[in-house]
Write a protein that binds this ligand. Structure first.
Ligand code: AHN
Ligand code: ZN
Length: 336
């Protein structure tokens, strides 16, 4: 915090010098050029650290519920949240999926300042999709995705946020939830469609059975596919419908910090994602930061739900833009 204040002071002094200099010249030109300088309040988000958290998850293998990789990665996420000073609650439940299969879900929740009234909810899904149904080759489309971007990027970013919160404590309540079973919706090549909500099952379960009775947060932020190079975070439909002020806050914060090339002003479509049930069950007005594309047939990055969603697509600059924006939004909130 001391370093941060010193940095802020230096920025203010430099700005002051600049103003004094520009005013000398403005007397002759008779105009004042106001340069906007934004002083960052949050600790620095370390993208190298976040990248390693993404990589570590991918190393376990596809985190498909029911597999060893899923179990081991879940244990890893619990241990990291503990290491970063959060109290951890795990939520387990059995659900029946569209094919009649019984699946155990495991939502992992890290809590800071459990008694604080003002709370922010941060979430991402940690499971991987069991098929690569956007592959055209029938030989590969039944293989699970590596899920570097689709899953691991959001979780890795939030682990780095947790690490920073531990290093720079705040008074706000923060709840970080890693939702399970987001990505086992029926494959796009299905011929029989079973009626039901098969996407976002972990968040659906939590929204109906929160870890704390009558749980509510002041707002929530979902990170989904936040690691791709040149990602474009369009303003997603449900986010604007349920949490337009929050969308403004996030996007304007990103813009002020120079991340306007990622947080674009475009309006995106309505995406069925973990924030929908959180919003509908009034747990928190929530926005989705998700990489949306207008030049692909799916509306997502070209590698989405294919065998190509691996570490080669993960770009530290994107992780930095998202992580620093989330931290800045958090550290600008005041406890009232
Ligand atoms: C659908 O395409 C229905 N939902 C996108 C949500 C998602 C899938 N995010 C990651 N994988
Ligand atoms: Zn997916």
């Amino acid at each position: 915090m001391k370093k941060l204040r010193l940095l802020s002071l230096i920025v203010i002094i430099i700005t002051g010098i600049f103003f004094t200099m520009s005013c000398n010249s403005c007397q002759s030109k008779k105009e004042i050029v106001l340069t906007e300088s934004y002083v960052i309040k949050s600790p620095s988000f370390n993208a190298d650290s976040a990248y390693k958290f993404v990589e570590r998850q991918v190393e376990f293998g596809s985190r498909v519920p029911g597999t060893m990789a899923h179990k081991e990665c879940g244990d890893y996420l619990v241990s990291k949240l503990n290491e970063f000073g959060a109290s951890v609650i795990q939520q387990r439940a059995n659900i029946t999926h569209y094919d009649g299969q019984n699946i155990e879900i495991r939502n992992i929740i890290g809590i800071y300042n459990p008694d604080a009234h003002k709370r922010i909810l941060l979430f991402a899904h940690w499971d991987s999709r069991p098929f690569s149904d956007e592959e055209s080759d029938p030989a590969t489309r039944n293989l699970p995705v590596a899920g570097a971007d689709d899953g691991a990027s959001g979780v890795g970013t939030l682990l780095e946020v947790a690490r920073q919160i531990n290093l720079h404590p705040i008074d706000l309540g923060i709840d970080i939830i890693f939702f399970d079973l987001e990505d086992w919706g029926q494959p796009s090549y299905s011929t029989e469609w079973v009626q039901g909500n098969w996407w976002c099952v972990g968040s659906q379960y939590w929204s109906e059975h929160p870890h704390v009775e009558n749980y509510k947060a002041d707002f929530g932020i979902l990170l989904d596919m936040v690691g791709g190079a040149n990602a474009t975070f369009m303003k997603e439909g449900y986010s604007l419908q349920y949490a337009s002020n929050l969308v403004d806050k996030i996007w304007s914060t990103a813009l002020k910090m120079g991340y306007g090339n990622y947080f674009v002003p475009n309006r995106g479509g309505y995406i069925t994602d973990d924030h929908v049930q959180v919003n509908q069950n009034h747990r928190a007005p929530s926005a989705n930061i998700i990489n949306l594309k207008s030049d692909t047939s799916t509306g997502f990055a070209a590698y989405w739900h294919t065998q190509k969603d691996d570490m080669r697509n993960i770009d530290k600059n994107t992780l930095k833009a998202v992580g620093q924006t989330v931290l800045e939004v958090i550290y600008n909130e005041q406890v009232d």
